[in-house]
Design a protein around this ligand. Structure first.
Ligand SMILES: [Zn+2]
Ligand SMILES: [Zn+2]
Length: 140
């Protein structure tokens, strides 16, 4: 893809690239305003979609349904996560369990892979210690 980006789109990409942590669209919009730029939230969302199609950024959706965006090139962002379905915390894993075999297979399908995600869901150590079931019952 060789679309020519607008100045606003370039600014948004620069902000994402310069950020070591993943950001929500709202967070990104806030930073845009901090930088004195006048870019509306709708433009931010449109740009995020464009940058995803171009393979510049990736999106991670948390168990709560919130999307976080980050640059694909960043080391941090190749993290997989353990996600707690009770407290909603995400714990980054510092290993990638995917083998070269899978990558090779994707290439054999003539599919251009930008990135992959792998998320695990369950209960974190702290939540396992809680009596969640009886808490849910007593909440009624
Ligand atoms: Zn938890
Ligand atoms: Zn991986």
């Amino acid at each position: 893809m060789s679309n020519k980006r607008t100045k606003n789109q370039e600014q948004i990409l620069k902000l994402i690239n310069n950020n070591s942590e993943e950001m929500s669209a709202q967070n990104l919009h806030f930073q845009i305003q901090q930088h004195g730029l006048r870019i509306g939230l709708a433009t931010v969302y449109r740009t995020l979609k464009l940058l995803k199609i171009e393979g510049e950024i990736q999106e991670r959706v948390t168990p709560d349904g919130e999307s976080f965006y980050s640059t694909i090139n960043s080391v941090y962002h190749h993290y997989h996560h353990l996600n707690c379905v009770n407290c909603g915390k995400s714990y980054p894993m510092n290993i990638c369990p995917l083998s070269q075999k899978i990558t090779d297979w994707c290439h054999s399908q003539k599919f251009k892979v930008y990135y992959h995600t792998l998320e695990f869901f369950g209960l974190c150590a702290a939540c396992q210690d809680q009596d969640i079931a009886s808490e849910c019952l007593s909440a009624n």
